[in-house]
Design a protein around this ligand. Structure first.
Ligand SMILES: [Zn+2]
Length: 377
C-alpha cells in the first residue's frame, strides 16, 4: 500500500532544503506546493512578523470525503543546526547526512510520513474526515510558532504530532515547564583593600543554589540551574550575577511549588548575607523573572485519541507503547489550546546531532499506521 520509493524521494527532497529555525522560508514554500498538489487548501499565518522569522506557520486543510470531526496532524518546519547544505545519503535502507550536518529527520521524517499517508488515502480512495495540518516554525527554539499560533484557525479537537524518536511509540504525557532568571545585584569593592565595603553577588548566588533542591525532585518533577554569569576580575568583589534555571513537572501544582522554592532560596540567601556597610544595612537586590514556558500535556489513557491509536495498531497487528516524555514540544501547546494531541514516534534517531538517522522501513511503517488512523478517525 505504501510506496517506499515515493516516501524515500520525498524525504530526500525535503532533507536537502535547509530550514534552521526562523529560516524555514524555502521549506514552507515547498510544502505549501506539495500539499496543494494533494488537494489541500494552504495558508500561512502572521507568526513571522511577531518573531522576525522568514515565514509563518503553515496551515493546510484537506477536505474530508466523509462526515466527521476534522483531525489534526502537527509537524514542524524547522531543524537545529548545522543545517547548511544537508546531503541525505540512503545506504542499506538508512538515511543519514554526509556527517558534517544534521539530517533533519527531526521533523522531516514526520512530514514525509504525513505526505505519503495522504497520497495513499487519495490513491486508494479511502474515505476520511477532513485533515488539518499545521507545520510550525521555530519549534526547536522554544516552540515559538506553536505559541504564536491562533487555535481559532482550527476546527480539529484532537490529533497527532509526528515528532518523537522511536516507532510503534506514542507519547501521551509531557511535563509543563517554567523558566527562571535571577539577577542578583551586590556592591562592588576592591577585594584586597576594602572587601568590607563590598557585598558579593557571587556569594549570594552560590548560597542560593546550595539551598535549592535540584535535579530529580520526584517521579514527576525536575529542576535545574543551567547558567550562571557574573563577576569581573579576581580583585573585585562582584556586583552582578545572572542565573538561569528551569523546573518541569507533570503536575502543575508541583511545578508551582518547585518554582516558588527556587525563588525563595534566592531571597533567603540575600537575607542571610545582609551586612553593614558604612553604617547602613545592605542587602543584595534580587530581580526574579518566571516565564511559563509551556503547559502540561496529559491525555488520559482512556481518551478517544488513544482508543484510535490502539485500534489502528490492532488492525496492523503490531504492538504500540504508550508512555510519558520528559520534555515539552508543540503538542504541549496544542493540548493547552484544548486540542487533545498525542505524539507519534517517526523513526528518527540520534536527533540534534550529525549522527542523526532514520530507517526507510520505519518511515513506511509509521505512514501505514497513519493511514489506518485516518481511515478510522
Ligand atoms: Zn522535533
Amino acid at each position: 500500500m505504501i510506496n517506499a520509493d515515493r516516501i524515500a524521494d520525498e524525504f530526500a527532497r525535503m532533507a536537502a532544503i535547509s530550514s534552521p529555525s526562523f529560516r524555514e522560508g524555502a521549506m514552507a514554500q515547498y510544502l505549501e506546493q506539495r500539499l496543494r498538489r494533494l488537494g489541500a487548501q494552504v495558508e500561512m499565518d502572521d507568526a513571522a512578523e511577531r518573531c522576525e522569522g522568514e515565514c509563518g506557520n503553515l496551515i493546510a486543510r484537506l477536505p474530508g470525503t466523509r462526515d466527521g470531526e476534522p483531525f489534526l496532524l502537527s509537524v514542524h518546519l524547522d531543524t537545529v543546526e548545522p543545517a547548511a547544505g544537508v546531503t541525505p545519503v540512503l545506504k542499506d535502507g538508512v538515511f543519514t547526512s554526509e556527517g558534517d550536518t544534521i539530517l533533519g529527520a527531526d521533523d522531516k521524517a514526520g512530514i514525509a510520513e504525513v505526505i505519503e499517508a495522504l497520497e495513499v488515502l487519495r490513491e486508494q480512495n479511502i474515505p476520511h474526515v477532513a485533515v488539518e495540518i499545521v507545520a510550525t516554525i521555530g519549534e526547536e527554539h522554544g516552540l515559538v510558532g506553536a505559541k504564536l499560533f491562533d487555535p481559532a484557525r482550527l476546527r480539529a479537537r484532537r490529533g497527532m504530532a509526528l515528532d518523537t524518536t522511536g516507532v510503534d511509540l506514542v507519547i501521551h504525557r509531557a511535563p509543563a515547564a517554567n523558566r527562571m532568571r535571577f539577577e542578583i545585584e551586590g556592591v562592588e569593592a576592591h577585594a584586597g583593600i576594602a572587601p568590607e565595603k563590598g557585598l558579593s553577588a557571587i556569594e549570594v548566588a552560590a548560597r542560593a543554589v546550595a539551598r535549592m533542591q535540584l535535579g530529580r525532585i520526584d517521579e514527576e518533577t525536575t529542576a535545574n540551574i543551567g547558567r550562571i554569569t557574573g563577576g569581573q576580575a579576581c580583585n573585585i568583589v562582584p556586583k552582578a550575577v545572572a542565573m538561569e534555571g528551569e523546573a518541569r513537572s507533570h503536575d502543575p501544582a508541583k511545578l508551582a511549588s518547585q518554582t516558588r522554592h527556587m525563588l525563595e532560596c534566592v531571597e533567603e540567601a540575600a537575607n542571610e548575607l545582609q551586612r553593614e556597610i558604612g553604617g547602613e544595612r545592605v542587602r543584595a537586590r534580587i530581580r526574579s523573572e518566571v516565564d511559563e514556558d509551556y503547559p502540561v500535556m496529559s491525555v488520559p489513557l482512556d481518551a478517544p485519541i488513544l482508543e484510535l491509536v490502539r485500534e489502528a495498531a490492532a488492525v496492523l497487528d503490531r504492538p504500540v507503547l504508550v508512555r510519558s516524555a520528559g520534555g515539552g514540544s508543540d503538542a504541549n501547546v496544542f493540548n493547552g489550546y484544548g486540542i487533545e494531541t498525542v505524539i507519534v514516534g517517526t523513526g528518527m534517531t540520534d536527533v540534534h546531532s550529525v549522527d542523526e538517522s532514520v530507517r526507510l522501513d520505519d518511515m513506511v511503517r509509521v505512514s501505514e499506521f497513519l493511514v489506518e488512523v485516518l481511515r478510522r478517525a
